[in-house]
Design a protein around this ligand. Structure first.
Ligand SMILES: Nc1ncnc2c1ncn2[C@@H]1O[C@H](COP(=O)(O)OP(=O)(O)OP(=O)(O)O)[C@@H](O)[C@H]1O
Ligand SMILES: Nc1nc2c(ncn2[C@@H]2O[C@H](COP(=O)(O)O)[C@@H](O)[C@H]2O)c(=O)[nH]1
Length: 206
């Protein structure tokens, strides 16, 4: 299978509370979207309403560390006291089938993915402002005061990494952020198609 036939790997990062999950769910609810979501593994406790195997695969630290040792993760990171990681088997299999895979992960993990899949598309979701970010994470009401403080501290470091991404999308309004991401993905598909056509023509000439 050549590079063109493989699916596209899309990585969405951004600080906690910016709206990654909200935007991803809105994106996936659109009928013209053909993306496969890679469910992550975490040692974080489930939030109310979160379902194992849907939102995350919830594991103990021992189970997670075993997955690391057995090279079952494409990337992993310790973020604000918990492990998070991407099972590699699902990503590889789905890309091989020619389907696009969508990862929603924090920045340390995204930088690891870049080393393995430099051809992936890296999108950073940015808040309109730090005060709006704080408001969103507080309004969500899923974290304690202390954890909100830790996540906001991590957010400042994450925001410094946005230049390392191919695109920065502002999440001022969910619908607009979705449209921007869709336009970026469509443009990337067109670019890959043009490269593949050029390569094909080159081979025909030889
Ligand atoms: N464009 C937006 N305008 C206003 N509120 C928003 C917007 N996008 C998301 N939110 C709200 O912000 C809160 C955080 O959103 P969400 O949980 O999707 O963030 P996240 O980036 O996935 O966070 P985490 O990384 O902590 O999982 C939610 O209450 C959500 O409804
Ligand atoms: N490096 C990875 N980061 C991940 C993964 N799955 C989710 N995340 C990110 O962790 C933080 C916190 O998530 P939360 O659900 O506890 O709010 C957030 O930035 C997620 O995007 C992963 O597999 N690898």
């Amino acid at each position: 299978m050549n590079v063109k036939e493989r699916g596209l790997l899309i990585v969405l990062s951004g600080p906690s509370g910016v709206g990654k999950g909200t935007v991803r769910k809105a994106l996936f609810s659109q009928p013209d979207i053909q993306l496969q979501y890679s469910i992550s593994v975490t040692t974080r406790k489930p939030r109310e309403g979160e379902v194992d195997g849907v939102d995350y695969f919830f594991k103990t630290r021992e189970q997670f560390e075993q997955m690391i040792r057995q090279n079952e993760l494409l990337e992993w990171a310790e973020y604000v006291g918990n492990y998070y990681g991407t099972p590699i088997e699902y990503v590889e299999k789905t890309l091989q089938e020619g389907k696009d895979v969508f990862l929603e992960i924090e920045v340390q993990g995204a930088m690891q993915v870049r080393k393995v899949f430099p051809e992936a598309l890296f999108i950073f979701l940015a808040p309109p402002s730090l005060s709006e970010l704080r408001k969103r994470i507080e309004m969500r009401g899923t974290e304690s005061e202390e954890l909100i403080r830790d996540r906001l501290k991590a957010a400042k470091e994450e925001l410094e990494m946005m230049d390392a991404y191919d695109y920065v999308v502002e999440n001022d309004q969910v619908e607009l952020a979705c449209e921007r991401i869709k336009a970026i993905v469509t443009a990337e598909h067109c670019r890959r198609e043009r490269v593949a056509q050029r390569y094909k023509k080159m081979l025909e000439v030889e």
